[in-house]
Design a protein around this ligand. Structure first.
Ligand SMILES: Cc1ncc(COP(=O)(O)O)c(C=O)c1O
Length: 426
């Protein structure tokens, strides 16, 4: 049983939502797919850390250093608990982009090292011409460009799972695309542009069947759904803090213990070593191996506060609230003449991010029109340019609500679209 979110009460926790924009227009924030707003609990947690316990972590023999280390590591445990994981399997990064680069560099770095010493690396990470990497046609650039780079450095071939006209993965060809040559399958859980929630467990199962490593980009699912990383069947799962009420500057890469232990490091330097000699070094066990340099302690503390806030709301309640908003928005958009949703129009296996185009009006003009009325939406290719091309559109307008939105926000956006159509005479 889910309980409805008390949006009026929630909004009081987000000071920014009380401001006006473009003169005296109340802010209607429908751009949480880009970044979410932050509740006071997150702002307070970061401030309290700096006011009371700030110090370098994992080094120094004074009380503040001990306290800072304790809050950093307990934040890791809180974030791990949020996705049903063990703290040691959670690596803090800067954002999803860095998490996915950490994953992809493991392959190009291992391949480069193997040219000199095959024994030094786990063969699962070594790629050669004839190998393949599989993504989908709905990836955010963060889960596409890094794999293109790996292919360019190793000679592996990039393949992708195409899309159906209603914005879902065309899985009919899955077994042909993911075959014995495949070494990595990296797919998005919930699309930032289409809103589609993909059956990643099924895709990961196929990856496992051919001996490939499986990676999931969960940037748009962990903030919106109850996700237990183990259930995805992946080896590595990436997401980002700022889309789930947390601060900017912190992301996560979860990994299966055995896979993290086999992975070469990405960024090297201090804090990630075991021993250092002039000629060579050995590396610490994960997660420290992947956290070189001074980590983002205050941001980890802020992310843990965000996790507690979401847990208090209940992720099932959050998902149900967004499902209700998605259904309402899809219905209202369907009733508008000349508006086409790019992505699933049925409110099944989809999130609340909804992209659309309006006949005769460029998405940027729609966005500007909405902005004049205080409505913040995202316009453009949403870092998913190939997806836009697949649907024959240069760009879309996207609404992406979250826990602090209700149906009245959708109404204001719909009135704005109608006003734009009137203004442009379409
Ligand atoms: C699906 C998806 N993957 C990756 C990213 C990249 O996240 P970040 O910019 O925090 O690295 C985003 C951000 O929009 C996203 O929506």
């Amino acid at each position: 049983m889910t309980e409805p979110l008390d949006v009026e009460r929630i909004r009081k926790d987000f000071p920014i939502l009380g401001r006006t924009v473009r003169g005296d227009r109340p802010l209607v924030y429908l751009d949480s797919g880009a970044t979410s707003q932050k509740p006071l609990a997150v702002l307070d947690a970061e401030r309290a850390f700096y006011e009371t316990s700030n110090a370098g972590v994992h080094r120094g023999a004074h009380q503040l250093a001990e306290e800072a280390t304790e809050v950093y590591e307990s934040s890791r445990a809180a974030v791990a608990g949020f996705v049903g994981a063990h703290a040691d399997d959670v690596v803090f990064t800067k954002n999803s982009t860095e998490s996915l680069n950490l994953a992809s560099y493991a392959f190009s770095n291992a391949t480069a090292k193997a040219a000199f010493s095959a024994d030094a690396v786990d063969p699962r990470f070594v790629l050669r011409p004839g190998d393949s990497i599989v993504v989908t046609q709905m990836e955010h650039h963060a889960n596409l460009v890094p794999w293109q780079e790996v292919c360019a450095k190793t000679g592996a071939e990039l393949r992708w799972i195409g899309l159906t006209d209603d914005g879902r993965l065309d899985l009919g060809e899955l077994d042909r695309i993911v075959d014995v040559t495949t070494k990595v399958v990296s797919v998005v859980h919930q699309s930032n542009i289409l809103g589609t929630v993909n059956p990643v467990a099924r895709i990961m199962e196929r990856a496992k069947a051919v001996g490939a490593l499986g990676v999931v980009d969960a940037s748009q699912s962990v903030p919106h759904l109850q996700v237990a990383v183990a259930d995805l069947g992946a080896d590595l799962v990436a997401w980002t803090g700022h889309k789930m009420l947390g601060p900017t500057g912190i992301g996560v890469l979860w990994g299966r213990r055995e896979v993290l232990e086999a992975m070469p490091p990405f960024i090297t330097g201090g804090s990630m070593i075991e021993t250092v000699f002039m000629e060579h070094s050995t590396y610490a066990a994960p997660p420290k191996r992947f956290e070189a340099g001074t980590p983002m302690v205050a941001q980890a503390v802020g992310l843990a506060a965000a996790v507690r806030y979401l847990e208090d709301l209940g992720m099932d309640n959050v998902a149900a609230h967004e499902h209700m908003l998605a259904g309402y928005a899809l219905e209202r958009l369907a009733a508008l003449r000349g508006v086409r949703v790019i992505g699933p129009t049925q409110n099944v296996d989809r999130g609340s991010a909804i992209s659309f185009v309006v006949d005769g009006i460029h998405p940027h003009d729609v966005g500007q029109f909405l902005d004049d009325r205080g409505v913040a939406v995202r316009v453009g290719h949403h870092c998913a340019w190939p997806t836009c091309r697949r649907f024959g559109v240069p760009a879309t307008t996207r609404i992406s609500p979250y826990v602090y939105n209700d149906t009245s926000d959708i109404d204001v956006a719909v009135e704005g679209i109608l006003a734009a159509q009137n203004f442009f005479g379409v």
